[in-house]
Structure formats: C-alpha cells, structure tokens
Write a protein that binds this ligand. Structure first.
Ligand code: ADP
Ligand code: MG
Length: 478
C-alpha cells in the first residue's frame, strides 16, 4: 500500500528522533503520535491530550524542529492536533489545532488530579498559552519548618529536608524516605519541605499526595481507560511527595505504576519524598525492586521527642494560638504524654476546650483529669531525664551539668540527689544510672545514694531540699 506523504515524512522524522532520545521517552512520547496531514510544508500531528502537547513542547521541541527541517525543508512547520473531551454535552470529542511554540502549563482534569483552573474554560480554543493553569500542589500551608520544632528526635530528617528544599533533586537525598511511628511529624515535615520548595523555586511543580489517594486515582484512571494520562501527570512533576507509602502494600498494580513513575522522575533528576510508618526493611508485600529504590537516597527516622522537645512543641503551639499556661501545667502534659505528638497536642486542645467551656481554671488539676483520658496506664515509670530536669531546675543549673565531669560542690550535690531519686523511683540498674549521668561507674552511684541518705539524717536544710524535690517529682507524676 502506498504511503501518504504525511506518513512517510513523519516516519522519517521518527527515524531521526529515535536516535536522539532515550528509548523510554521515545516509546512514551513519540509512538502514540499520529501524523494527520502535510500541506504547504506544515505537518500536522495528532497527540492524545493537551498534556502530551505541553510535554512535547517543553521537552522535545528542538529535536522535533530539527528533524522536520531535515525531512521537509528549511521552512517546515509543525502543527498539533489535540483531541479534547467535550465536557458540556454529548457531542463527540473534537480536536483543536495548535502551532508549535505556544506552550503553557498542562491541563488535565479528568482524573480528579490536583489541577486548579483559575477560571473554568468553556471554549477549548482559548486553552493554550492564554490562560495560565496551575497544578495545585495540595500542600497544607499550615505545616512549615517554622513551626516544626527541632529536637534530637528529628534532627537528621529535618536538616535533610532543608537541604532538599534548597536544591530539589540536586542532593544525594533522593528519594528522601521519612519514617517513624504514628503522630511523630512525618506528614508535617513532608508538607514543610514541599512548602519551602514552592517558596524558593516558584517555577517548580510540586505535588503532595497520600498513598491512598494515589491508589484511588490510579484505579479510577484504569476504569476510565486513561492510565497513560495518570502516568503522564505524575511524570511531569518536579517534586513528588507521597505520604504513607506503607499503604502500597499488596497493591501490586499500583506498585508497578509507581515504580514506573519513580524511575522516570529519578532518572530526570526530579525530587521524590516519601513517608512511611516503618523503616523500609520492615515493609511487607512490597515489590523488591520498589523496596530497593526506597533505600536509594536517605532514610531518616523521626523518633519520639525527649522531654525538652515536647515542652518546646507545646510552647510553640501555645505561642501560635496566643495562649499562656503555667509552666507546671505544660511540663505535666509533656511529662505524661511522651510517645505521640498528636496526642500531646490533643491534650492541650482538650485542656483549652474544657477551660473555656466550663470556665474552669487551667491548672494542674484540670490537666491531670485530661491526661487520664490520654494515657492508658496511669502508673507509669518516671524517666531519668525527668528526674534530672526537676533536680536541676530546683538548683537552677543546666541539665548538662549533672552529666558533665564537673566536681563543683553544688553540681556534685545535685548529681547525687538526682542519682538517689533515680535509684529510688525507677527500675534502672546501678550500671545504667551511671551511664545516664555522664558514663560513671556503678560504684559512684552507690556512693551517691549513701551520701544522700547520710545527709538527710544529719543536715536539716538538705533534708528539706530533698523533700521539696520529692514533692515536685511526685506531683508531676502520680
Ligand atoms: P505523622 O504523619 O507522623 O503521623 P503528623 O505529621 O500528622 O504525624 O504530626 C502530628 C501532629 O504533631 C501534627 O499536628 C504536627 O503539626 C505535630 N508535630 C509533629 N512533630 C512536630 C514538631 N517537631 N514540631 C511541632 N509540631 C509537630
Ligand atoms: Mg501522617
């Protein structure tokens, strides 16, 4: 069968293009193109979507031009024909023709993708270039680095996030995998990174999506027969943030498509940020290839915050909301709710709600009632951190001092008293107590306990101090 001129011309163009782009791109972006006509040196090619057109214009316009010139001649021109779904009526889809060099941001909204049209478009002819479309990043502006309190528990993840925000895709942290238990700040940090990227690199296209939403979008797109559009959309991004990837477990087809998107983004130097409720090695029912990629960049965990960080988080929250609470109340909350920041915030909110609804005083007693609802086991072991802190507060010295080598009298005394209470009120062994106090020997701990016992019997002022400290420890604990 004789080939039409446009087919032959396009075939020749393809031969040139094939030698100049990688095979994956060729398959994705050039195989679906159909030549439509060739007249007056204008070659019209049909592409499956607006998005496709944008992509070609953005990434392949030069090779297209070059090949066209070679095949058709110096003044060759390209025109796109795009199939547009007609959303307003039962009419058949129709096509619009666009010249090259007229690209705008992508349009694609059939998948419920996060795309935000500034004004709904009635007339498809005004779509390209004239209206600016933005992909809605789905980021929550409330979550920023400013209100993500730094602590030992999040240092690595936080600073990796900051580095990424400076150079998305340009650090070794790709992907960044943030993992950690429930309520420890994974979602917050992931949004914070996205927000900072948007702020510093306005032109970058960032999308935040929960793994669950990603799965639903994928299933919907499969049902509607436009998986390609789904993949295209995600492959177009500069920064992809997927929250809670553990939900990909057992979803084999989603894993497959995510694998494809991941590879494409990674190969093109685009940034990927993932969160997960456990370390990658503990993920079950996940494709090995995908798992190994999760480990390519940096896996950084969010641990449980220590006492000081919990206090700082509460204070930060209070500051944002313009609330003041007595220090005892804050420390009580921070001491008693120690494994989940979401619960810590919840307790604070309950406290405020109770206070404002019943006009009760926001005091320690109210805090104790509230905490009961949050903490299952109310007879809890006191932590060594906490004892150290209370003792040091009492003597007005920094906590580090009792862990240091200092032999200053008042610090030695504080250290001995803190050791004494640790022995008395916790299950820690002598050896462990020594370790917690700056790596001392167990015999030092024994000596401290003896000294304190002796002084309680012989020194009235000392005894009063110890009683007062004991009261503070117990008030805040039981
Ligand atoms: P996860 O996604 O790990 O379950 P979230 O990111 O939803 O946890 O965090 C739970 C709550 O705790 C959120 O309200 C978040 O703002 C808050 N939070 C977590 N970590 C911090 C932090 N370091 N500083 C301030 N708030 C935090
Ligand atoms: Mg979360």
């Amino acid at each position: 069968m004789e080939r039409k001129a446009h087919e032959t011309a396009w075939q020749e163009c393809l031969d040139i293009i094939r030698d100049n782009v990688n095979p994956q791109s060729f398959k994705t972006w050039f195989e679906p193109i159909k030549p439509v006509k060739l007249s007056n040196k204008v070659l019209t090619i049909q592409v499956p979507s607006q998005f496709f057109y944008e992509w070609l214009e953005e990434h392949f316009v030069q090779i297209l031009q070059k090949s066209l010139k070679k095949v058709i001649g110096a003044n060759a021109k390209l025109e796109y024909s795009i199939i547009v779904e007609n959303q307003n009526s039962d009419n058949q889809p129709f096509t619009i023709n666009l010249p090259t060099g007229n690209s705008s941001k992508p349009v694609n909204n059939e998948l419920g993708m996060p795309i935000n049209l500034e004004t709904p478009i009635k007339n498809p002819f005004i779509i390209p270039g004239l209206k600016r479309m933005n992909i809605d990043s789905q980021l929550n502006p409330r979550y920023s680095f400013d209100n993500f309190v730094e602590g030992e528990c999040n240092k690595l993840a936080r600073s990796a996030g900051l580095a990424i925000a400076q150079k998305p895709g340009g650090t070794a942290f790709n992907p960044l995998m943030i993992f950690g238990g429930c309520g420890l700040g994974k979602t917050h940090l992931a949004h914070a990174i996205g927000n900072l990227i948007k702020q510093q690199h306005k032109q970058k296209v960032v999308v935040f999506v929960s793994a669950e939403k990603f799965i639903t979008q994928f299933i919907d797109s499969a049902r509607q027969g436009n998986n390609n559009q789904f993949v295209n959309f995600y492959q177009y991004l500069d920064v992809l943030i997927v929250d809670d990837v553990q939900f990909f477990a057992k979803k084999e087809r989603t894993q497959e498509v995510f694998f494809q998107i991941f590879n494409h983004l990674h190969q093109n130097g685009k940034q990927i940020i993932l969160t997960c409720d456990r370390p990658p090695k503990d993920l079950k029912n996940m494709d090995e290839r995908l798992l190994s990629r999760f480990k390519w960049g940096l896996s950084a965990d969010l641990g449980t915050p220590d006492f000081d960080t919990r206090v700082a988080i509460l204070e930060n929250k209070m500051y944002q909301d313009g609330i003041t609470l007595h220090k005892d109340v804050v420390e009580y909350l921070a001491h008693n709710i120690d494994t989940n920041i979401r619960e810590l915030e919840g307790a604070l909110i309950s406290l405020l709600a109770q206070g404002s609804l019943t006009r009760k005083h926001l005091d320690l007693n109210l805090a104790k009632q509230i905490v009961k609802n949050f903490v299952k086991n109310s007879t809890r072991e006191i932590s060594i951190d906490y004892i150290q802190k209370l003792v040091c507060d009492f003597y007005n010295i920094p906590v580090e001092a009792v862990k240091s080598k200092t032999r200053k009298r008042e610090i030695v005394q504080a250290r001995q008293i803190a050791m004494y209470f640790t022995k008395d009120l916790t299950k820690a062994s002598l050896k462990n107590i020594g370790i917690f106090f700056g790596g001392r020997d167990h015999s030092t701990v024994i000596h401290a306990c003896q000294t304190v016992n002796d002084l309680i019997e012989t020194d009235k002022k000392f005894r009063q101090d110890v009683e007062e400290i004991e009261k503070r420890i117990k008030i805040n604990t039981f």
